[in-house]
Design a protein around this ligand. Structure first.
Ligand code: ZN
Length: 374
């Protein structure tokens, strides 16, 4: 068999679950914020699935999913290995914040490497910008990314979305540069689709247009692994943040075991049904959209909950002032411009003008194989 994996200080042992750390962000007061690493190494050689979680420090469901997934029984008949990192953001996790406190105004899930250059605005005769070294966080993610590229065959990154939202997996677009690598990109897309369908949850297409690049989603953990390293990878959203729903944890564990079966990593090939969570399967591809928006600042009384179908023109909520008096025409009713489903209700009840009050899953006819210009 192939040699057991070694990731940071975690040394894989055939038929065992082992623990260690990957050196993370050095601290001015000494020590470092390390990433915990767990290796579940099968007795037989096979592919390697990475499962990462909590790069947003207030998203906890992924951590519990990893804990529930890594039972000793999983080792029976496991080929290859699982590498799990319960948090990619230890400082955010300690204080319940999305970002590490030493990463000012940046989303940690937009810092993984990309070969694409940033769009640069140049003025005639302007000097090139001074080179800037990577921040400590970005540097540690780059070092970890190199190890992922060396060892991973597949990756799943675990997140949370919004209040009572349905759990779902994102299907990212796949970029190609020219006709020559379009074939390889299409092949990668086929493998990714197989992996997503084995996971068995609702699949939501990511923004397929320039928005994906503009929002730096190609630099998320799964976006970079997919589009920079060309390794099949997806992000999973596991309901609302700041909370853990045991039914969602159980469904996600079953989904990941199904991915292991699909990848020929488990001896037991019987796919588990995904139960206890709602799955949207309208028979056509769907994507998310932030909709509708609060027409004025106020308090929103939602009429619908996650998973409910929505029709164009349907009232989805009522906007009132703090006294409960309706604001605007039609007694404060807020209507949908789309047919679709409620994916999640935006966090909170008080909204400022033009903030989205929910996100919907709507029909998506976009091509997800797209040219990326570097
Ligand atoms: Zn997240």
């Amino acid at each position: 068999m192939t040699a057991p994996l070694k990731i940071g200080t975690a040394q894989g042992k055939p038929g065992e679950i082992t623990y260690g750390v990957f050196e993370g962000i050095g601290l001015p007061t000494g020590g470092s914020d390390d990433f915990p690493v767990i290796i579940a190494q099968g007795k037989h050689a096979g592919p390697v699935l990475w499962v990462t979680a909590s790069i947003h420090g207030n998203e906890y469901t992924g951590i519990l999913t990893i804990h529930h997934l890594l039972k000793r029984e999983l080792l029976n008949g496991l080929r290859g290995a699982l590498v799990c990192v319960p948090t990619l953001n230890p400082s955010g996790l300690r204080v319940g914040d999305r970002r590490p406190y030493y990463l000012k105004n940046q989303d940690p899930n937009r810092l993984f490497p990309t070969p694409l250059k940033k769009a640069v605005i140049t003025a005639p005769n302007s000097l090139p910008a001074d080179p800037e070294p990577l921040s400590a966080v970005e540097h540690s993610y780059q070092r970890l990314f190199e190890v992922i590229v060396e060892t991973a065959d597949y990756l799943i990154d675990l997140h949370n979305y919004s209040i009572n939202s349905l759990p779902f997996a994102f299907r990212d677009p796949i970029g190609y540069h020219d006709e020559e690598d379009k074939g390889a990109a299409r092949q990668l897309q086929l493998v990714l689709d197989g992996m997503l369908s084995a996971f068995g949850h609702t699949v939501i297409n990511e923004f397929a247009t320039a928005d994906y690049l503009k929002r730096n989603l190609h630099r998320s953990v799964s976006g970079a692994v997919l589009n920079t390293a060309h390794i099949p990878a997806f992000t999973v959203e596991l309901g609302g943040f700041l909370t853990v729903d045991p039914a969602i944890v159980a469904a996600c564990c079953a989904g990941i075991r199904n991915v292991l079966r699909w990848a020929n990593m488990l001896e037991d090939k019987t796919m588990e049904p995904i139960t206890g969570v709602q799955i949207l399967n309208p028979g056509y591809p769907i994507r998310r959209t932030a909709h509708p928006y609060a027409p004025q600042s106020g308090i929103v009384d939602h009429f619908l909950k996650s998973g409910d179908p929505v029709k164009k023109g349907m009232a989805v909520g009522r906007l009132t002032d703090i006294y409960g008096r309706p604001i605007g025409a039609e007694d404060g009713l807020i209507r949908s411009d789309h047919d679709g489903f409620v994916l999640g209700i935006s966090q909170g009840a008080a909204f400022y003008q033009h903030e989205p009050i929910s996100s919907l899953a709507i029909r998506d006819d976009n091509e997800l194989l797209v040219p990326f210009l570097s």
